[in-house]
Design a protein around this ligand. Structure first.
Ligand code: PHB
Length: 369
């Protein structure tokens, strides 16, 4: 068995990465109220460039696609300018970065929507026990239950797909190396895949193939704009977060893996269910995915170095993404490489706020300091 494969270089699409430790997407809610990425965000990501690849926090592709206060956007010039500061800082320190494209669908609230309208979804079915953070008219931020959405009409679907393609073009303008389509964790595309949230008739509902259609059309539309080799996707088979149902997730994921493989997508990123209370994935499923998908395969969820090395050595994955450990350990890769102890993050400073609990965790000394 090869030791320490985690710290060896790899290629994703046409991008070379220094190692196989990816930083997973994590919402930190520190953008401006209008979604503009800040200088503080550039500092945060630049501190974490030990990762071979950084996947940005989920980033809304339109105002309609927003479900939480102060998450960043990628649908206006000010967003592009803000993200350029981030990608320049990351590239200057030698890492690469992906922008995660996000439409929350029904996980939203009318106070976040354009003109105070209803959030949109495949069907008019509310996500149970699902909260959004909103800024009230008096300026205070609070948690609210997600609204009951309205079902998208058939003729609105091309417009949704266009939002993804436009956002992907903006992402390249902002300097990202690749984009990741967020089709996981109960947000819009996952709602279409889900047998319970999607009760549509017609081309986008019913059979497994029909429920998957919008995802494949979205990938094709983005590929036509930026090239298939710059596209990754995130799925969350067996995930239950945001009121998803695990039923038929395994055949759905394998179908998508196969279809995306045929189209030549750069990578498939699997958010494992146990981070949010789902039943864990097993190696039999990982093997089936491996057979269905020939390009870069990445898993994420509660990994430590030993488990990551085990999965890489068994050739079940090409890279492992780490999320929460990166929060309090900006130098996570160095700590893992040298088996140094990890700092625990403060759960009170995860979402929103300022530099505290964001950029003030101890950072590594670099040669230039
Ligand atoms: C969150 O903001 O809680 C969140 C965002 C994106 C995810 C999962 C969770 O994929």
């Amino acid at each position: 068995m090869q030791k320490n494969k985690l710290f060896t270089p790899m290629i994703v699409g046409q991008t070379c990465l220094a190692n196989r430790v990816w930083m997973a997407p994590m919402t930190r809610s520190r953008a401006e109220n209008d979604g503009t990425p800040t200088r503080l965000m550039a500092e945060y990501y630049a501190q974490r460039v030990g990762a071979g690849l950084i996947v940005s926090e989920a980033t809304q592709i339109s105002r309609q696609g927003q479900g939480y206060a102060r998450t960043p956007g990628i649908h206006a010039d000010r967003h592009i300018t803000g993200w350029q500061r981030v990608t320049q800082a990351v590239h200057a320190r030698g890492s690469k970065m992906v922008l995660q494209l996000w439409h929350v669908g029904r996980v939203s609230h009318h106070l976040l929507q354009p003109d105070g309208g209803q959030p949109v979804a495949p069907s008019a079915i509310r996500a149970e026990n699902t909260q959004c953070s909103v800024i009230l008219p008096d300026g205070n931020q609070t948690q609210q239950l997600a609204d009951t959405p309205r079902a998208l009409s058939h003729k609105e679907i091309p417009g949704i797909i266009m939002q993804y393609a436009d956002a992907a073009a903006c992402a390249l303008e902002a300097g990202f190396d690749l984009i990741e389509v967020h089709a996981a964790n109960g947000y819009l595309l996952n709602q279409f895949l889900d047998i319970k949230a999607n009760q549509r008739e017609g081309e986008y509902g019913g059979s497994l193939e029909n429920r998957a259609r919008i995802v494949l059309e979205t990938i094709e539309a983005i590929a036509a704009r930026i090239g298939i080799e710059r596209i990754g996707i995130r799925l969350s088979p067996l995930g239950v977060f945001n009121d998803m149902s695990p039923e038929d997730n395994i055949p759905m994921s394998l179908y998508l893996a196969h279809q995306l493989d045929q189209r030549g997508i750069a990578y498939l990123h699997i958010a494992e269910p146990d981070w949010a209370g789902g039943k864990p994935l097993d190696n039999e499923f990982r093997r089936m995915l491996r057979r269905a998908f020939g390009n870069v395969l990445v898993f994420c969820g509660n990994y430590d170095v030993a488990h990551a090395e085990h999965i890489l050595a068994a050739n079940l994955a090409d890279a492992i993404a780490f999320g929460r450990p990166f929060i309090a350990n900006p130098d996570l890769v160095e700590r893992m490489r040298h088996s140094l102890p990890l700092t625990q993050f403060d759960p009170n400073t995860l979402y929103g706020g300022d530099a505290h609990g964001y950029t003030d965790y101890p950072t590594p000394k670099t040669d230039s300091e």
